[in-house]
Design a protein around this ligand. Structure first.
Ligand SMILES: O=C([O-])CC(=O)C(=O)O
Ligand SMILES: [Mg+2]
Length: 390
């Protein structure tokens, strides 16, 4: 019997909080949650795939409602299947992108990324296996590594929060098992940021335990002023120093970074942009890190192309540590050998984080064996997902 999608539901939900980075505040931040509902059953219940986007780009319900959902729903169900008779996210991707011109990725890459996440969740649930296991066998080494490095992202600017508040926050991440933490820079003067960084380092101790994130705030000259100061510290990385599409500015920084790793890419949304970063950004595959986030950039179908395009330029998957703190990237990390994943221990809940009972030990988590992406293993998230089905 031909399986088919019977309904796709989406809702915009708030993930607002009273924080800011150097570029935006999160007082009005939203995301799109989507459910792809099929006529298939497992354990007497319909098989449903769920997806959502990560923070930073807002919900994209209108793009989904106007273009991408109708294309999936109007397609002959068989055109979405592979030879196994199950929905193939690659074919669904081609269907969603029908009549979309290349280039200019805007925010459609978010709408497609959300639906792609739900389709991979669905596909792994139909196969009754964890997504990381499916990915390892289909696209990776054949052997997943369920132990994944995670770092704690936070350290935002927050009204009334001084250095003591920052230190308390970062200490609480260490207490929860993280070994590397991230804080924001570029939203204050260089002198103030250096005071914050020194405050952070005083509680983190020796070694590369701190990442700093400028959120693309600087022009090349200011990014270099910061670089000169940051080189005095033993940091894990210096993130998004300049506008993500300013490859010349990125090259100016990477060319002078010496031993300080540079990380960027969370705001590049296609494998073409990623490739251009690799070609023109002066990034060093032995030193630097790439943060493309499938939830914002056309999903895993496109992320596989990104891995391939960067692989041709000498980048190993282990230099990829995605932005976004979602379980989709955790599955990709465990399945395809990425270097780790971001985590927001106190922010953007219930969408971030790990399945219940999954603890961070020595900066790593171990993925449980749950069907699909594993959202059902996180009770607060599962509840929000179920509400979409009511
Ligand atoms: O503050 C943000 O927009 C999120 C971010 O850059 C990150 O997690 O690296
Ligand atoms: Mg960032």
């Amino acid at each position: 019997m031909t399986m088919k999608i019977v309904d796709i539901r989406e809702r915009t939900l708030p993930i607002a909080s009273n924080i800011r980075n150097s570029f935006i505040d999160f007082s009005k931040m939203t995301l799109s949650l989507v459910a792809v509902i099929t006529d298939q059953e497992r354990d007497g219940r319909p098989v449903v795939g769920f997806g959502f986007n990560s923070n930073g780009r807002y919900g994209q319900g209108s793009l989904m409602r106007e273009r991408f959902v109708p294309r999936l729903m109007e397609a002959d169900p068989e055109t979405l299947h592979d030879d196994s008779g199950l929905i193939d996210p690659h074919r669904a991707w081609d269907t969603m992108m029908t009549n979309e011109k290349p280039g200019g990725h805007g925010e459609r890459s978010v709408a497609v990324g959300v639906l792609d996440m739900a389709l991979w969740d669905l596909r792994a649930k139909l196969e009754e296996r964890p997504l990381f296991d499916l990915l390892a066998h289909r696209f990776g080494s054949g052997t997943p590594d369920p132990r994944v490095f995670v770092y704690a992202a936070g350290g935002y600017y927050h009204p009334g929060k001084g250095t003591q508040g920052l230190q308390d926050e970062l200490t609480s991440y260490l207490d929860r098992g993280y070994t590397v933490v991230k804080m924001k820079i570029g939203g204050a003067s260089l002198a103030e940021d250096l005071t914050r960084i020194e405050g952070a380092l005083s509680v983190l101790g020796e070694g590369q335990h701190l990442m700093v994130d400028a959120n693309g705030r600087f022009g090349a000259a200011e990014a270099l002023d910061y670089l000169s100061a940051l080189q005095d510290y033993d940091l894990f990385w210096y993130e998004e120093p300049v506008d993500p599409l300013d490859y010349a500015g990125t090259r100016a920084v990477t060319g002078r970074a010496g031993g300080l790793p540079i990380a960027t890419g969370e705001n590049l949304f296609s494998h073409w942009d990623a490739r251009n970063l690799g070609l023109y950004g002066g990034m060093d595959p032995e030193r630097d890190y790439l943060q493309f986030d499938c939830a914002l950039s056309y999903g895993l179908v496109e992320y596989l192309r990104t891995l391939e395009a960067l692989g041709e330029l000498g980048w190993s998957p282990s230099r990829f540590i995605p932005h976004g703190g979602h379980q989709m990237s955790l599955n990709i990390a465990a399945g395809l050998g990425l270097g780790g994943n971001e985590s927001y221990p106190d922010l953007f809940q219930p969408f971030g984080g790990f399945p219940d009972g999954c603890v961070v030990e020595d900066g790593h988590i171990t993925m449980p064996e749950l069907p699909g992406i594993g959202f059902e293993g996180k009770s607060d998230l599962a509840k929000v997902c179920r509400e979409l089905l009511d």
